[in-house]
Design a protein around this ligand. Structure first.
Ligand SMILES: [Zn+2]
Length: 339
C-alpha cells in the first residue's frame, strides 16, 4: 500500500493526525535491531520495514467511538504478546473490542485436561485486562489446525464479523515467512479471507434470513513472531501508555506461555537457592508483573527506543481502500459535459 492511498482514505482521515512518517535514519537503525535475548519468541534481525513506515501515536478523545475491533488469535498468548498494547490502545480510543481464540490450547497447558480449562479462563481474563467486551473460543485442536477445514473456520469468522459488525481486525500475518506454527498461518488466512467475504451479499444467505447484514472489515493490523524478511512492517505503534495493560493481559495467561506465574515461580526458585532479585519484590503478584515487564517486554522496549518511544509494537497495516464508485462519480463531476 502506498502512503498517498492511506492518506486519501476518508474513514482514516481522523487518524492521520496521530501518525507521522519514520525518518530514513530510524528505519535503517531499526532494521539492524537485535533481540534482547529475554524473549523465547523473537530472534535477531526480527524487523524489517517498508518504505512507507509510519508511527501511530496516542489519539485524544474517542476517535474510534462506534467502531468494532476483533482481535483474533490462534492461541491465548498470541495477541497478548504481540499486539496487547495496540488492542488496549484502540479500545481506549473508542473501539468496542472482542477477543476471538481459534484453538483450545490443549497442547500447551500445565493443568488437568492438558490445560484446556485454565486456558479458557485465562483467555477471558486477558480479554478483560485489554478492555474487551467479550471473548469467544472456537476450540479447534491445538497445533493441528492445518488438518482442519479452513473454510469452516472462515465461515465462523464471517458469521461473527457480520453479527458484531466488525470494522477492524488484529491478527497473525497470514504471509509470515518462516513461521513454524501451523495454527498461526491457518488463523491468519481464515481471518483475512473472512474480511472481504463478510461484506458479500450472496455468500451464506442463511445469515441474512436470520437477520444479519453484510459488513466488510476495512482495516487490518497483522503481527508476526518470526523474521519476515520482505519489508512488510509499515506501522510502528506507540504503546508506551498501554504497557501496563499489556503486562497485565500477559500475567493473566497463567496456564501457558512465558508470562503468567513464571515470575513468582522464579522468585521461589531463587529463594530456595538463598537468593533474591530486588526487582521481583516481596509478593507473588509483584514478582509476576515485574518479571513480565522487565524481561518479556524488553524486545518491545528496544523496538520503541529506536523511534524515541517508551515501548512499541510492529504491524503490517492495511487501511480502508478508496471507494472506486465515488472516485468515478467525482471524475464525472469534473469532466462531464452537457449533452
Ligand atoms: Zn501461538
Amino acid at each position: 500500500m502506498e502512503r498517498r492511498m492511506f492518506l486519501g482514505g476518508g474513514a482514516a482521515a481522523g487518524a492521520v493526525m496521530a501518525q507521522q512518517a519514520a525518518t530514513p535514519a530510524q528505519t535503517a537503525a531499526a532494521v539492524r535491531m537485535r533481540s534482547s535475548g529475554y524473549s523465547p519468541f523473537t530472534t535477531p534481525d526480527y524487523y524489517t520495514f517498508a518504505n512507507d513506515l509510519t508511527i501511530e501515536r496516542n489519539q485524544t478523545g474517542k476517535p474510534h467511538a462506534g467502531k468494532v475491533l476483533a482481535a483474533i488469535q490462534a492461541h491465548s498468548d498470541d495477541i497478548t504478546l504481540y499486539a496487547g498494547g495496540l488492542v488496549a490502545k484502540l479500545i481506549d480510543e473508542g473501539y468496542t473490542g472482542y477477543l476471538i481464540r481459534i484453538s483450545n490450547d490443549e497442547a500447551a497447558g500445565r493443568t488437568l485436561g492438558h490445560g484446556v480449562v485454565q486456558n479458557e479462563i485465562d483467555n477471558r481474563e486477558a480479554a478483560k485486562a485489554l478492555g474487551c467486551k467479550k471473548a469467544y473460543t472456537f476450540y479447534y485442536r491445538n497445533h493441528r489446525m492445518d488438518d482442519c477445514a479452513e473454510i469452516e473456520i472462515r465461515q465462523r469468522l464471517i458469521f461473527l464479523y457480520r453479527l458484531l459488525q466488525v470494522d477492524t481486525i488484529v491478527t497473525m500475518d497470514p504471509y509470515n515467512h518462516y513461521e513454524e506454527n501451523p495454527d498461526h498461518l491457518v488463523a491468519g488466512r481464515a481471518a483475512e479471507a473472512a474480511c472481504w467475504l463478510a461484506g458479500a451479499s450472496k455468500d451464506y444467505p442463511e445469515h441474512f434470513k436470520a437477520g444479519l447484514k453484510p459488513h466488510s472489515v476495512r482495516e487490518k493490523y497483522y503481527h508476526a513472531r518470526s523474521p519476515q524478511g520482505h519489508n512488510l512492517v509499515n506501522r510502528i505503534v506507540d504503546i508506551s501508555s498501554y504497557i501496563d495493560h499489556k503486562v497485565r493481559c500477559n500475567v493473566a495467561n497463567k496456564g501457558k506461555g512465558p508470562a503468567g506465574e513464571n515470575g513468582s515461580r522464579f522468585r521461589a526458585e531463587l529463594a530456595r537457592q538463598g537468593k533474591k532479585l530486588a526487582l521481583l519484590g516481596d509478593d507473588d503478584d509483584t514478582a509476576n508483573v515485574q518479571y513480565v515487564k522487565h524481561f518479556l517486554m524488553e524486545d518491545w522496549r528496544l523496538l520503541g527506543e529506536q523511534f524515541g518511544l517508551g515501548y512499541a509494537e510492529a504491524f503490517r497495516y492495511i487501511g480502508p481502500q478508496p471507494d472506486y464508485r465515488e472516485r468515478i462519480r467525482q471524475y464525472a463531476e469534473k469532466h462531464a459535459t452537457a449533452l
